[in-house]
Design a protein around this ligand. Structure first.
Ligand SMILES: [Zn+2]
Ligand SMILES: [Zn+2]
Length: 262
């Protein structure tokens, strides 16, 4: 299970951190999680084959997580794609994509299979294949937003590895049952602790709150992502999260990380 970070910044992209996108490779099956503007460029830059993606998970429809999808789907068509693409996204994604394609005279020559999420509590299995399962659960944000837990289908006697992604969200203990004990938890950490009031207003997390969630959930490792452009030296965020949960790292664009069994 290998995670590749394509974008680790918050809403404002910078030269160092682009907006949210990442790839989880589960025993050869690749999931694209979030698709900010420029994601297709990052896919090519990291030499991840564009047509090898058949499943896209979108946490929410804010532009810094979603605006790259029409371009990516269009490029897949231009490159001759015939295989379908599964898009798992909050309700409204289909209307946005179909409206863009119809008003701009674009189309794709393959099937787009939308699985739109529209539930406010509990968790739902939103995808499964021979390699992994994906369960979604609601987060707390200004628009409907979902976290994802990806679990490897067990092979032999190995314990299945698991990975959870929660971005964007305000602090909520409601997510704890869904991320309990995962091997790696990737959580947004938009602000440092001194901006907790702003974080609450904008429904984001501070680094300390991210660390607190990781500790409460008893995860193996914590990764901070969705870092505000104001933090040129993000060690501050790392220190603040580590004060609650020691085994913490910070995402960086281009980071490739093996998700290890605990
Ligand atoms: Zn965001
Ligand atoms: Zn957002």
């Amino acid at each position: 299970m290998i995670l590749t970070i394509l974008g680790s910044g918050a809403a404002l992209p910078t030269g160092h951190r682009r907006c949210s996108a990442q790839v989880v490779n589960v025993n050869g099956f690749k999931l694209l999680i979030d698709c900010a503007e420029g994601t297709q460029d990052r896919i090519r830059y990291h030499r991840l084959k564009l047509q090898s993606f058949s499943t896209v998970l979108i946490s929410h429809l804010h532009g810094d997580h979603f605006f790259g999808l029409p371009g990516l789907l269009s490029t897949m068509h231009l490159c001759g794609r015939t295989e379908p693409v599964d898009i798992i996204a909050p309700r409204g994604a289909r209307q946005v994509i179909e409206t863009i394609f119809s008003l701009t005279g674009n189309h794709v020559g393959y099937e787009l299979r939308f699985n739109e999420m529209d539930f406010a509590e509990g968790e739902q299995r939103v995808f499964e294949c021979a390699c992994c399962t994906v369960d979604a659960f609601p987060l707390v944000h200004s628009v409907p937003t979902y976290g994802f837990r990806i679990t490897e289908v067990p092979r032999g006697n190995h314990a299945p590895r698991s990975y959870a992604y929660c971005c964007d969200t305000a602090y909520t203990e409601a997510i704890l049952p869904y991320v309990q004990g995962v091997d790696l938890l990737c959580v947004e950490s938009t602000f440092a602790n001194d901006l907790e009031v702003l974080a609450t207003q904008r429904q984001h997390l501070t680094a300390g709150q991210a660390g607190q969630l990781a500790r409460q959930a008893g995860v193996g490792e914590l990764m901070l992502t969705h870092i505000s452009a104001r933090y040129k030296e993000p060690e501050l965020l790392l220190d603040q999260a580590r004060a609650c949960f020691e085994n913490t790292i910070i995402a960086a664009d281009g980071l490739v990380k093996e998700i290890a069994r605990r």
